[in-house]
Design a protein around this ligand. Sequence first.
Ligand code: CAA
Length: 502
Amino acid sequence: MAQTFETVGVVGLGTMGAGIAEVFARSGRRVIGVEADDAALERGRGHLERSTGRAVAKGKLTEDAQREILGRVTLTTSRADLADADLVIEAIPEIMEFKRVLFADLDRVCKPSAVLATNTSSLSVTAIAAGTSRPGRVIGMHFFNPAPVMKLVEVIHTVVTDDGLADDIAALARSLGKTPITAGDRAGFVVNRLLLGYLNHACALLEAGVAGRDDIDAAMKLGVGLPMGPFTLLDLIGLDTSYEVCEVLFRETRDRRHAPAPVLRELVTAGLLGRKTGRGFYSYGEAAPATPEARQAASVSTVGIVGGGPEAATLATAVERAGFKPVVAESADLTPVGDADVVLALSDRPVVELAVRLPHPERLAGLHLVGDEVAEVASTVLTSPETTAAVHDLVQILDRTPVMCGDRAEFVVNALLYAYLNDAVRMLESGYASAGDIDTGMRLGCGYPAGPLEMLDAIGLEAVRDGLRALYAEYREPAFAPVPLLDQLVTAGVRSIREYAG
Ligand code: CAA
């Protein structure tokens, strides 16, 4: 019969540990929360009170129910209090040496039947298990931040996990109202393997000056519909955790895209760890700067548009409605737009080659419409600051959020998105996780509107494959080359990866 785990210990009551303790207490279980010292214990108590208090304030929980939940949690600084626990979950910092020492201690303190679980985001569960006398009863149970909200739990088994234990832990996750996915022990598991590659890539674009923090965040939130942009999310996860996960990924993959971006190292060294310290990529607790009002694009009357098809026609109509005179160059002949005050080249590929063919190259910027809300504005090395400013304003007048970026293949959105989609196909191709688990992982672990393979199908395999080729040609990054499976599906005329993979 499946174990029910009535008494659960949680070691480490930071953001994740406190969230996990809350989830178990809400399910009616008795929880023993352990911290290293009184000060840390008080911080843990604060997390629990604030998180449940937020639910009370929103009318989602009564004060009585809050008292009951908190009443099920015993807080202590003594690991010996875990002697009766059926399950202990560790949520201490992502440092293997700390975990090994802790698990050796838990192994000594806890009853032999107890299951010892780690909430590690990426470290080897096998290595943690091997340091105990009960490796068969050590498992990964990985929650997502904020634990009370995110529905996913990754259950990570090793080659020595007892038969049936992963199923029992998956059943436990379901009893908490979560959706489990079960996978073997690889760096980053399913979600962080895909997520941190993308977040670190965003840092690389920032460092290369392709676009700024706010532009990249707006691009991914408003352009792709993700709940948060990459820098907001890095701050939520914690830059120290993000850094450590990247390190672990890099050690396993030797893929330099996983090597933590220098800006992460710098911020972590400076103690700027994100939300939990009040400052990371953003500062918290300060009033947000006012969004500048859309201005009339000064001194622009004629807007040239380079591009064909319905997108150019729609843009021309919108430009006209906004009070400007559109002129369109649909073909290779750019003469019609030669004298326009600004020239918008509809593209997501570098546009400088168009600029050099114009009499006024400084008047051209690339424009990539993303969804209904965003327009990427790519300035070339020849674009004048006046043109950049005018196109920025024009995009606002057209009721879109401008994302200002450099003239690089796939600009911002597709550069980040396509590389991430390629990684998802790579994971599928490797056999590590099924298409269903990959999509469920990203939807429920990160709140994405769709999983990567679903997104790939919606965009179209060929468009993504071609975009990846362009990315590879620009950056010469091996991991941007389309993975063979994607290339072959396109060549074979298969239109949907979900249809191929089930
Ligand atoms: N604790 C408890 N509850 C919280 C919370 C917290 N820290 N933050 C938000 N909530 C609750 C709110 O109370 C609210 O609940 P109701 O719907 O019941 O009212 C709900 O979540 C939505 O919150 P808000 O309306 O305040 O804000 P939002 O709509 O912007 O949602 C969010 C906030 C849920 C965090 C959302 O932005 C989101 O899904 N972001 C993505 C988070 C993500 O990707 N997490 C995974 C990180 S990776 C990770 O954790 C793995 C790792 O190992 C590194």
